[in-house]
Ligand binder design. Structure first.
Ligand code: NAD
Length: 231
């Protein structure tokens, strides 16, 4: 006897997913990210100009992340693995999906807890604790940088993400303003027959007559999604 294959669910998540855990969203504070202009901390130009500032910015994000816990929305997505073959495709650089128990998480914009070589991008390391410092070097002797996809850089996981979303039976878009490309274009990559949901207290406008909009925060929204899917 063969077990019946579970339907595939892809959750496309953004900064709003982690807002109820205490990690501020990006557009929330008038276009500033934690009081910094994005150009000053999250671009290759910023890194070329002031490595110390960029390292300090991400060290602060890392420290803050460890003080935060996954919320009921993260946990609800992990629990959906009982009935669905779930993949999370996230724009978030935090590790709250993993800490909630999700087993397959694709980070489109990199991961706070990793560093990589400025000489050879294939050399990626786990960061122990929260601090990455000037003078921390890869095995070939070059400075380590945060393993983050900065604005203006290519998104290496994009092809894999397109393939994952393209095989979805259910697509759940949660807590993203859909203003950052190419990630935002993924909402159009689900197959025509896929059930599509959007969870956001201030939902971005998408022209899709088949989209079910759940106007709520991530915790309540995922609970409502589960009630619709698992009834
Ligand atoms: P965004 O800040 O542009 O948009 C956030 C969205 O979340 C908005 O549509 C907002 O209405 C919604 N939202 C607010 N509170 C919510 C809640 N409680 N529940 C559900 N949704 C809520 O975020 P974005 O579209 O992800 O783009 C921001 C970029 O900045 C991404 O590339 C991401 O890498 C980065 N970022 C990451 C983090 C993180 O890792 N947690 C935090 C801030 C920014």
């Amino acid at each position: 006897m063969h077990a019946r294959k579970k339907p595939t669910l892809v959750a496309l998540t953004g900064a709003g997913m982690s807002a109820e855990s205490g990690i501020p969203t990006f557009r929330g504070a008038g276009g500033l990210w934690e009081n910094h202009r994005v150009e000053d901390v999250a671009t290759p130009e910023a890194w070329a100009r002031d490595r110390e500032l960029v390292l300090r910015f991400y060290n602060e994000r890392r420290k803050r992340m460890w003080a935060c816990e996954p919320n009921a929305g993260h946990r609800g997505l992990a629990e959906l693995e009982r009935n669905f073959d779930v993949t999370i495709v996230t724009q978030n650089i935090d590790n709250l999906h993993e800490r909630a128990g999700s087993s397959r998480v694709v980070h489109l914009h990199g991961e706070l807890m990793k560093s990589r070589s400025t000489l050879d991008p294939r050399l990626v390391y786990d960061i122990a604790g929260w601090e990455l410092k000037l003078g921390d070097r890869c095995e070939r002797g070059s400075q380590l940088r945060p393993h983050i996809v900065w604005f203006g850089e290519a998104v290496p996981m994009m092809d894999a993400a397109i393939e994952i979303v393209g095989a979805a039976d259910v697509l759940a878009i949660i807590g993203t303003s859909l203003l950052v490309y190419p990630a935002a274009s993924l909402v159009h990559d689900a197959p025509a027959g896929a059930r599509r949901f959007l969870i956001d207290p201030h939902p971005p406008a998408i022209t899709d007559p088949d989209l079910t909009v759940i106007c709520a925060g991530a915790s309540e929204g995922v609970a409502r999604l589960r009630a619709l899917l698992e009834a």
